[in-house]
Design a protein around this ligand. Structure first.
Ligand SMILES: Cc1cc2nc3c(=O)[nH]c(=O)nc-3n(C[C@H](O)[C@H](O)[C@H](O)COP(=O)(O)O)c2cc1C
Length: 307
């Protein structure tokens, strides 16, 4: 059975995954946190926490709230900063079989470019994922992803600053996600991943105050799956580059739905909080499905539900 997928077919280095199961940024730390729970080397790829130029403490507590079929988070990109990532995390990743992708976030186009150039050539890093979709920061983030022109501008700057394959992660907060996808693909994105969280809030009625310390947060989990699935379907029909689906994937059948919608790979996020082995369980479930359906090549499933 062949589960491998090439996520950057036009890139000189390429981004070959042994299987389509990736972890979603911000839900799997730097990979090291989960390595004692299961063999993370069996995954397709690991995407680390969103990384900024300087370390960030994130937003005020509380930063997590459960909702019906979902999770609201307002972490605000708490992270160790790119310098510590290069010095402390990348040397560990360099010994791993599983490719690690670094998710980056900036407040300006130049910050994204600086991050990309600092990460270029660092052993242990296989690709960059541009986060132009974070709803939990005051400047940058989702604002760049909302419009085709600004999304393309960030993509062009990052591509010029790195020799690594570049994934661009889109926000659902835009009037036409296919247009944004086309713009970033034209700007040189090797791969498009989607979606990031949807902005929402919850109120503590006893205190008569928003429950989250920063009022709003990003909604993830099963509640957003139908939205994410349809956006993946739309984007996969609009661009030639490979698409990575994300949003509410809890089970193998969720993952297969995204693949049938046109995703070449999928990312598992919130599911890891209730079941840390979720990415591996999903991989096993995909294999079982392929066995049952007598499918030898994962690529035969990609876009299978498209007309
Ligand atoms: C606690 C938390 C932190 C997140 N941090 C990031 C981040 O740093 N960068 C990013 O691009 N996405 C981040 N995300 C978004 C996820 O990567 C993913 O796009 C989203 O949660 C939808 O997938 P899911 O429903 O499977 O969780 C975060 C999500 C959660 C729940």
């Amino acid at each position: 059975m062949n589960l491998s997928v090439q996520l950057a077919p036009k890139h000189q280095k390429g981004l070959l995954l042994a299987n389509p199961v990736m972890t979603a940024s911000g839900t799997f730390g730097y990979g090291t946190e989960y390595s004692h729970l299961f063999d993370i080397q069996r995954l397709g790829a690991i995407v680390c926490k969103g990384t900024t130029l300087k370390p960030k403490e994130g937003n005020p507590q509380p930063r997590l709230a459960e909702t019906a079929s979902g999770l609201l988070n307002s972490i605000g990109l708490q992270n160790i900063g790119v310098k510590a990532l290069i010095e402390e995390k990348a040397p560990l990743w360099a010994h791993w079989r599983v490719p690690v992708i670094v998710n980056i976030a900036g407040e300006t186009v130049d910050e994204y470019a600086q991050l990309a150039s600092q990460l270029d050539g660092v052993a242990g890093i296989s690709a960059i994922e541009i986060n132009i979709s974070c709803p939990n920061i005051k400047a940058g983030g989702a604002a760049f992803g909302a419009h085709p022109r600004s999304a393309a501008e960030v993509t062009t700057a990052v591509k010029a600053a790195t020799s690594l394959p570049v994934l661009v992660k889109l926000t659902p907060h835009t009037s036409n996600i296919a247009e944004v996808a086309i713009a970033v693909a034209e700007a040189g994105a090797d791969t498009i991943s989607l979606i990031n969280t949807l902005k929402g809030m919850t109120i503590d009625i006893a205190k008569r105050r928003p429950l989250l310390g920063s009022v709003s947060g990003g909604l993830s989990g099963p509640a957003i799956k139908p939205v994410a699935l349809y956006m993946v379907y739309e984007v996969a029909g609009a661009v030639e580059v490979p698409v990575v689906g994300c949003g509410g994937i809890i089970t193998a059948s969720d993952a297969i739905e995204f693949i049938m919608a046109g995703a070449s790979a999928i990312q598992v996020g919130t599911a890891s909080f209730t079941n840390p082995r979720a990415p591996l369980d999903i991989l096993e479930g995909i294999k079982q499905f392929m066995e049952k359906e007598e499918i030898d090549n994962l690529t035969d499933l990609i876009g299978a539900a498209r007309g």
